[in-house]
Design a protein around this ligand. Structure first.
Ligand code: GLA
Length: 671
């Protein structure tokens, strides 16, 4: 169903979707006309309308004003521009917040979050849900058949969490559902420690203050609940809209967003959408962007929607650098290279006031006499050349495990041997060498099927499910290659240490046990020598590893663990498992991961290209499209093409070595 809906949308748009958030309620009707004219000039074919329009559509409870939106949608339609129509439920009007303060969320410190921001709702509040359902129903009923509407955008960046009020009650219901009876909860939460045993459901509350010494499983369950309760807001709106419309329904995800398990969310959507704001002041920000893009593609295993990016600067950091000439174009193609079929921005026209008045826009404050506009117009004019790429998918031999339960266990529950883990950074540090060596990578969750991959990488899975541990073992036994990072396989889903320790889940797999985890002292580093003779430096973390069936692939050279294994290799069935028991310096980690992947038969997309060039392949109906993006702002790059073909952007036949100018892009349909 979802695939059919997306196929129809692709057919309707006839190529890459180009456009952005359009907030006409901020402007006079005369400006709307100019907007449509300029959108046409820029090649815009899809805009998201209504994200923040609740107060303009329902100024008083139950009293709707739709005339202005009717006019806007008619105008857009007459200009040939399709609409991704939003429900405005992220930003409730003042009558709701002030009339029913119980809809406001309670922060972790017990303070109520007030009106005058956005995301000021408790997702479990029945009053909020009732009001959100009413406006959703009214919008869907009125516009489902409007010819401009092409897809639905529910709410915006779902994110609020409330630690009090309705959420506290909903948390108890969620726990009842999960555990059935209180004894099961007491067991799961290990409440015999510190005498935390509950004797009635009413006694169970959300964990209050961050970083306090509270029960780690209570924290973990609250994170699971917080994701689920928000997802209920999404599915409630989705079900309302679906009663009126068969068009695709989505919402926009955020980069490395901890509070929503996007694997679960993606199953409820027709298509996955992402907002991404790589910091143009940080040369490296493209690496995390690529990882997030691959994650989006993997969530549903197909094309996704780049819902928002900045045309130039954002306004959310202490210093907001511009995207220099060419960066916006390169970043847009980067998303397409990793599976996006859309290039959308926040926002179409720069706002004159409000918090984001300096956030760049497709149409900046200086209007069409601006560099950004010229770059937008050029990109909009160019995207038609790659229309045939939409719908194309990609395949990878490497799966990188990225799972929200692992993330929550590691970073949100405290009381660990060290409490400054950064899951996203760990994942990125393993992903980077793969990206720079031009290997195609899928992301996988604990639930993902692993067959079909040659190599599965687990940078960290402190918390692990039985089912995943078993699937990983079967994958190795059947001939797969697995690499596991330190402090993995330690606890079960209840955050309880698996026995026999450590790592209870992976002990047989890695062929060793860990007597103790040894976080490094401040400033401490260690020499490591690989069996190959190569030397490296490690820091931050050590483990005292006792070999069982495994062998040392590398040993510590100095310190109290000198001569003991730092990296272990184990043969399991037909497969190979490598366990990395320390934090290797980046170059050594890269060598280890790439050597292991290559030994497993994983091939690069291009054999010979500099690290700053990104290379991916998308395929459709027998055609292969090679994307090459040179992220260097200063250096040209030469790439040896695996096959001859046609660069769709220039129309030129290409073969042998292709030269990319700084920030240059090529999309080669391979012959
Ligand atoms: C997010 C939001 C937008 C806007 C942008 C830019 O992605 O969805 O409304 O605030 O950030 O900051």
């Amino acid at each position: 169903m979802a695939d059919d809906r997306m196929a129809r949308l692709r057919e309707r748009l006839g190529g890459v979707a180009f456009g952005g958030d359009y907030n006409p309620e901020q402007w006079d009707p005369a400006v709307w006309r100019e907007d449509v004219e300029l959108m046409r000039r820029a090649g815009v074919n899809l805009v998201t309308v209504g994200v923040f329009a609740w107060a303009s559509l329902e100024a008083e409870p139950g009293v709707f004003t739709f005339d202005w939106l009717d006019e806007v949608l008619d105008l857009l339609h007459s200009g040939g521009i399709a609409v991704d129509l939003a429900t405005p439920t992220m930003a409730p009007p003042v009558w709701l917040s002030h009339g029913h303060p119980e809809v406001l969320p309670v922060r972790e410190d017990g303070q109520r979050f007030g009106f005058g921001n956005r995301l000021h709702y408790d997702p479990a509040s029945p009053r909020y849900r009732e009001a959100a359902a009413r406006i959703t129903d009214a919008i869907a009923a009125r516009y489902a058949q409007h010819p401009s509407v092409a897809m639905w955008h529910l709410s915006n960046e779902y994110g609020p969490v409330s630690w009090g009020g309705a959420s506290a009650a909903a948390f108890r219901d969620w726990l009842r559902e999960r555990y059935g009876d209180l004894e099961a909860l007491n067991d799961a939460w290990y409440t015999r420690f510190w005498g935390q045993r509950y004797t009635a459901w009413e006694q169970v509350e959300p964990p209050e203050v961050p970083r306090s010494w509270s029960n780690p499983t209570r924290r973990l369950d609250f994170l699971r609940f917080a994701s689920d309760v928000l997802l209920e807001c999404f599915t409630t709106e989705r079900d309302i809209v679906r009663r009126y419309s068969e068009l695709p329904i989505t919402t926009n995800f955020m980069r490395f967003y901890r509070r929503a398990d996007y694997w679960r969310w993606a199953q409820e959507e027709d298509v996955v959408a992402l907002d991404i704001y790589p910091n143009p002041g940080e040369a490296d920000s493209r690496v995390a962007a690529a990882l997030n893009f691959d994650l989006m593609r993997s969530l549903k295993g197909g094309p996704w929607v780049l819902m928002e990016q900045a045309a130039s600067a954002v306004s959310q950091w202490p210093v907001n650098n511009v995207k220099r000439p060419g960066m916006m174009r390169a970043g847009s193609y980067q998303a397409i290279a990793h599976g996006a079929d859309t290039v959308l921005f926040f926002q179409w026209r720069a706002s004159r006031g409000g918090h984001e008045r300096f956030h760049s826009a497709m149409l900046p404050h200086s209007g069409t006499r601006s560099r950004t506009w010229r770059e937008i117009e050029a990109l909009g004019g160019e995207l038609g050349r790659i229309a045939e790429v939409t719908g194309a998918t990609s395949r990878a031999d490497v799966a990188l495990v990225f799972d929200w339960n692992a993330w929550w266990g590691l970073m949100e529950t405290h009381g660990l041997p060290r409490n400054d883990f950064d899951y996203a950074e760990l994942e990125t540090s393993w992903y980077r060498p793969l990206l720079e060596a031009h290997l195609a990578v899928d992301l996988a969750s604990f639930e993902s099927a692993l067959d079909g991959y040659r190599c599965v990488l687990v940078p960290n899975a402190y918390l692990v499910t039985d089912a995943f541990a078993q699937r990983l073992a079967r994958f190795a036994e059947a001939g797969g290659t697995v690499v596991i990072g330190f402090f993995s396989g330690v606890v079960d889903e209840r955050n309880q240490v698996l026995q026999p320790a450590y790592p209870g889940a992976f002990r047989q797999l890695i062929g060793a046990y860990i007597d103790e985890y040894w976080p490094a002292r401040a400033g401490e580093s260690f020499g490591v020598r690989f069996a190959s003779g190569e030397e490296a430096v490690a820091d931050w973390w050590q483990e005292s590893i006792e070999l069982e069936t495994g062998a040392a692939l590398a040993e510590f050279r100095n310190g109290l663990l000198a001569g003991r294994p730092a990296v272990v290799e184990n043969r399991v069935g037909e497969g190979r498992v490598v366990y990395v028991g320390t934090r290797l310096e980046a170059s050594a980690l890269a060598t280890l991961l790439l050597d292991t992947a290559h030994a497993a038969g994983v091939a690069s997309v291009v054999a010979d290209a500099p690290a700053q060039v990104e290379a991916t392949m998308r395929s459709k109906g027998g055609a292969d499209y090679l994307f090459l993006i040179n992220h260097s702002e200063t250096d040209a790059a030469a790439v040896r093409l695996p096959r001859a073909g046609v660069d769709l952007l220039t129309g030129a036949a290409v073969s042998g070595t292709l030269e990319l100018e700084p920030l240059g892009v090529a999309v080669v349909r391979c012959g």
